[in-house]
Design a binder for this molecule. Structure first.
Ligand code: NAP
Length: 471
């Protein structure tokens, strides 16, 4: 029998997508949109529930952002796509399995862990990764059992990106407001029992280099019972920042807003969000084995080799009492078994989305990457669309004109049979919809947007014993 054209009617192009967050769905969509090709996409998600950071990262009081899942629902409804939830790459499926059953694999697994500060005392009780706090209040099964001691009056958040804004907002917002969202009930209980009245937000550089969006700081300023406090001296700009401000409208908005807040003074509200710029933590100090204070060094701004502006310690150090420290200095990718990793960048080694050998940079045939695990943990949800499209363009270019011998391994049933033989309880998209409805119904009964499952066994129990697979 002559070889078959890959992408022809009798031998569809078979693509596996690992992950089910925004970059995974945009990659699947880009593959499915390829013209004149017969295509089958299989999406594998480690948890029974889809949507990655939209479900577990986006803040519960940002429901409008979560509405993007309607787009993903439409992509999932394409009969050429199968969703396999509760299937862990590296445990239930290996690189070898994927190679056997697919022509191409797109890894879109995000950056599941956090960066460290690298200062003494970081591991004392009361020091937390912001990423864990976010996953905890968003009911991520891996983080639902974490404990956050919020009994202190003052907490510190290190880093001033949008994650820091989310964490700060959740710490100071009225828990009764949050209770109406899809936040975990256990998080509301802990926030209600907590005593945090002040959040000290530390930015190592100046206001012009704030990584948060203007809207995010304004949203904190609009919370009832909360004052944003900023020292006007922190808003006096060095010449390089003045220059940067001229060409950066986002920074202009932020600086204007903060100047307005600084002019208003401390305010009369009980809760304070105190922004402190040009400040780096140098040590977390403990009392009775837990954090009691933070040592902060004042920085100056200097030009680096690339012409950018970086912080340089001035040697002036102060100690501020704090009872909890959330480090919010970025997410971090982790290596996947059998997939080349660029440890320096914390991403899968790749060249424009084509996976490459980490040492030789030679392309690894049939392996691709999209989203944060491709480019690092930056950008908004929409940023991932163009990123995934760019990767898929390369995937389609590489697949063009290829032929293959007929093989039962590439039949759609082969991979589902493999998973069944390994006794993996695959959760289909239809079953996710059952869980979705159960969460929405439970939420309605409690007067909240959604009451999320936070344990995998509970999710599976709600589905009963039968495994349902599509296609
Ligand atoms: P980010 O935007 O990269 O911010 C990281 C912050 O940590 C920066 O202020 C950075 O300062 C600081 N930092 C890094 N290393 C540090 C160190 N050693 N000491 C002190 N400060 C340090 O990261 P993110 O907040 O984790 O957010 C990740 C992405 O998700 C971003 O693109 C963000 O916009 C997006 N996101 C968006 C939303 C939203 O739209 N509502 C919500 C959450 C996240 P430098 O600038 O000096 O490096």
């Amino acid at each position: 029998m002559p070889p078959l054209a890959i992408g022809g009617e009798s031998r569809p192009l078979r693509v596996a997508v690992i992950g089910s967050g925004p970059s995974a769905f945009y990659a699947a969509e880009a593959v499915l949109k390829a013209p004149n090709l017969h295509i089958r996409v299989d999406m594998f998600e480690r948890l029974p529930v889809p949507f990655g950071l939209v479900r577990f990262g986006v803040a519960p009081d940002h429901q409008n952002i979560k509405a993007v899942t309607r787009v993903y629902d439409k992509i999932a409804a394409d009969p050429r796509l199968r969703y396999h939830g509760n299937v862990a790459f590296g445990k239930d499926l290996s690189v070898g399995d994927l190679r056997r059953h697919f022509d191409a694999v797109v890894f879109a697994v995000g950056s599941p862990t956090d960066r460290k500060l690298g200062v003494p005392g970081e591991d004392l009780a009361g020091g937390y990764p912001a990423t864990s706090f976010v996953a905890w209040y968003n009911s991520h099964p891996d983080f639902a059992n974490e404990k956050f001691d919020l009994s202190c009056g003052r907490a510190c958040v290190v880093g001033i990106g949008n994650v820091a804004m989310d964490v700060t907002r959740i710490l100071v917002r009225d828990p009764d407001d949050l209770a109406k969202t899809d936040i975990a009930d256990y998080a509301v209980a802990a926030l209600k029992a907590g005593r945090v009245k002040e959040v000290l937000l530390l930015g190592r550089r100046g206001p012009v280099q704030s990584a948060f969006s203007p809207r995010e700081i304004q949203e904190i300023g609009e919370l009832s019972g909360v004052d944003i406090v900023v020292d006007p001296r922190d808003l006096e700009l060095d010449p390089a920042s003045e220059e940067e401000l001229k060409t950066d409208p986002k920074a202009r908005q932020i600086v204007d807003y903060l100047r307005k807040k600084a002019a208003e003074g401390e305010g009369k509200n009980e809760k304070k969000v105190r922004l402190k710029y040009l400040s780096s933590p140098v040590e977390l100090l403990g009392g009775n084995g837990r954090i009691s204070a933070i040592r902060i060094e004042r920085n100056t701004l200097v030009r680096d080799d690339t012409g950018g502006i970086k912080a340089k310690g001035s040697g002036t150090v102060e100690t501020v009492p704090v009872g909890a420290v959330f480090r919010s200095v970025g997410y971090q990718g982790v290596p996947l078994p059998g997939v080349p990793f660029d440890a320096k960048k914390g991403v899968i080694a790749n060249d424009a989305g084509r996976v490459v050998d980490a040492a030789t940079r030679a392309p690894v045939a049939g392996m691709y990457v999209a989203g944060w695990i491709k480019r690092g943990p930056t950008g908004l949800i929409g940023t991932n669309k163009a990123d995934s499209i760019a990767t898929v363009e390369n995937l389609l270019k590489d697949a063009a004109g290829k032929t293959a011998e007929a093989s039962s391994d590439k039949a759609p049933e082969a991979v589902t049979a493999l998973l069944a033989s390994r006794k993996v309880r695959v959760v289909s998209f239809a079953e996710w919809k059952t869980l979705d409805k159960a969460e929405l119904d439970a939420g309605k009964a409690k007067g909240k947007v959604r009451d999320k499952f936070f344990r995998v066994p509970d999710m599976l129990a709600a589905l009963g014993a039968g495994a349902a697979a599509k296609g």
